[in-house]
Design a protein around this ligand. Structure first.
Ligand code: GLY
Length: 418
């Protein structure tokens, strides 16, 4: 072999080795020190930034029949879409305004929130899909809880009744989507996202609704826990059940990379959802499950704590991130941390959430100075070719919710130290 051939072979081997080795750069966080205290996250300036982003965008969003949904890559202005009955994102914008009111107590945000909430009261009768929970609870639920709008109670109770009409007792879950709109499936389909809609049922059962609403929410969570997760505690997106026997027919996806891949936001919905179900039931099996889902998610994250849109997409490092998943998980983990008595466990989830918020608030992900959103770099549905590396309204919603939760946790700590 000539010196030149050897050099060529060496270069090819080095290149192959480098390619093979590339994923190692995506450091697992399982071994990283999530217990160390984060001193760098500046909550007050994160809140101030959100407020100044709203000061800029709110005066431009004047059409009450629409809501801001996304900002395209490298653009600045929100793209508005109609508040349709089939549009799952309708409630997040009013929800953001309610959180801004809660954080600042400035009446102008309350006035704006009321205006944007009350325009879609009629959607309380939606029975054509499960998203009524995502639509009504951030808007009317937050108005009731944060804005003292007790008159929203009946709207929320009616919404809960509408949601529960999709429950199939043979399966033990609420049917998420209609087969007409999602013709790949002919039977009962439940998606992991549906966990979030259960909060509306728990709320209704506590606030004058039928106690059966809580039983159904628990049954849905138990069935999901049984069928929706792999042995490694990662989630499938869509489960198709036999509508008559309740048996599992298929494990599929709509927004993930492949039927058997691990879609990041799906895992995020699971973490958030099971933490919330523990809050509402006090049943330790849900707490334990939420921790298992969180531990797996943390292991799969890249170093900056913002996931790629799917954990299993090839050439991961060339793929887009999903800041919305990071925001959902940050909010979920903050809540989870409050349930744990063991200090090490508590700190683990609290610090991980702070690392997520810190990363999201950095110039790598913040919309400040670039666009009118709080966050950039979310991915709605890359597998469907839509909303890739954009700002998304629900990313902003869960981000500001996390800031609100963090502020409350901090003020409780201050009270405890008095
Ligand atoms: N619930 C819809 C989504 O996560 O995209």
């Amino acid at each position: 072999m000539t010196k030149c051939t050897k050099l060529l072979l060496f270069s090819i081997c080095s290149l192959l080795f480098a390619c093979h080795d590339a994923p190692k750069k995506i450091k697992s966080n399982s071994e990283s020190n999530t217990h160390e205290t984060i001193a760098t996250f500046d909550l007050e300036s994160a809140i101030d930034n959100c407020e100044s982003q709203l000061e800029t965008s709110v005066p431009k969003l004047t059409d009450l029949t629409k809501h801001p949904r996304l900002i395209e890559t490298n653009e600045k202005e929100w793209k508005e879409v109609p508040n349709g009955r089939l549009v799952w994102t309708s409630g997040f914008y009013p929800g953001i305004l309610w959180y801004m009111y809660d954080l600042t107590k400035d009446e102008k945000w309350k006035t704006e929130a009321i205006k944007r909430t009350e325009v879609f009261e009629d959607y309380k009768t939606i029975t054509e899909h499960h998203d009524i929970g995502f639509m009504m609870f951030p808007a009317f639920g937050n108005g009731y809880k944060l804005g003292d709008k007790k008159e929203y109670k009946d709207i929320l109770l009616t919404s809960a009744k509408s949601l529960v009409s999709r429950y199939n007792p043979k399966v033990g879950t609420i049917k998420s989507w209609s087969n007409k709109m999602h013709p790949r499936w002919q039977q009962h389909i439940t998606i992991i996202d549906n966990m979030l809609n259960l909060e509306l049922l728990f709320w209704a059962a506590k606030n004058g609704g039928d106690s059966e609403l809580k039983d159904i929410a628990i049954k849905h969570a138990e069935t999901t826990m049984k069928n929706h997760f792999r042995d490694d505690y990662t989630s499938w997106h869509v489960i198709e059940y036999d509508s008559i026997t309740g048996s599992v027919l298929n494990h599929h996806t709509k927004q993930g990379y492949a039927d058997d891949s691990r879609w990041s936001r799906g895992q995020a919905w699971g973490i958030y959802g099971f933490s919330m179900v523990y809050r509402e039931t006090g049943d330790k099996k849900f707490l334990d499950f939420a921790q298992k889902l969180s531990d797996r998610y943390l292991e799969l994250l890249p170093e900056d704590y913002v996931p790629y849109w799917d954990f299993d997409v090839p050439n991961l490092e060339k793929e887009e991130r999903d800041a919305s998943a990071a925001a959902v998980v940050a909010s979920g983990l903050l809540e989870l941390s409050t349930f744990l008595e063991d200090t090490t466990q508590k700190q683990k989830y609290y610090n991980a959430a702070l690392k997520m918020l810190s990363s999201l608030s950095s110039e790598n992900y913040s919309g400040v100075g670039k666009a009118n959103s709080f966050l950039l770099h979310s991915t709605g549905a890359k597998s469907l070719g839509s909303e890739i590396d954009v700002a998304l309204i629900y990313a902003d919603y869960y981000y500001i919710e996390a800031l609100d939760r963090l502020k409350k946790i901090k003020s409780q700590k201050e009270v405890a130290q008095l």
